[in-house]
Write a protein that binds this ligand. Sequence first.
Ligand code: DC
Length: 228
Amino acid sequence: MRRIIIAIDGYVATGKSTTARGVAARLNYLHIDSGAMYRALAWHLLEKGIRTAEEAAIQEVLQDFAIHLEREGQEMVVHVGDRRLEEELRRPDVASFASVISALPAVREKLVSEQRRLGRGGGIVMDGRDIGTVVFPEAELKVFMVAELEARARRRYEELRQRGYDVTLEEVKAEIAERDRRDETRPISPLRRAPDAQILDTTHLSIPQQIEQVLAWAHVRIYAPQPS
Ligand code: DC
């Protein structure tokens, strides 16, 4: 059976990572959350006191930025140096800075080459912003996830409150809208739907419904007859 590449891109809080994780579990594929890699670099820079997109300083840090992903079940957990990162990556300031630094060419070059290395050979579900357009333009299945801002803000608000963050719905909505704007308007690898991507609007869908829809599309590709 063919082990394909599934690229899932889309807006903040449309359920990309949760859907990707569920699809990977059902297909026995690896799930790679590319956003976690941008967040890991953002976290590392903040730790070093770098809080703005100072290109020269960031380039210097990138030279010996040791990011590696370790397999835990079907997940790839991000490590920077000898530190395993998980909860740190969910911090709103880390998410927001990830969106700022992800506009820098040096940052994209480094992380995109790492993502391509990880995805070689297929059998992966990778989610992000440019997976179907730049990282794996040859992916057998591309999905572009969208949802109304109101629904996305509410989901992210509930998730952050559950994690103990003291935020308001209005703050979350403003932060999401700002990240969307930055991700869509950056000159390099902006958030765009690949022309051959399936659109998945999750405004009124539950997570299991989203997973089932992506699996249905995936099955068509996995079982497609191969040219002999
Ligand atoms: O998917 P996420 O919210 O964890 O991503 C955090 C930020 O990283 C996002 O605002 C933009 C950036 N990012 C990117 O530029 N390209 C990707 N493939 C994934 C994330």
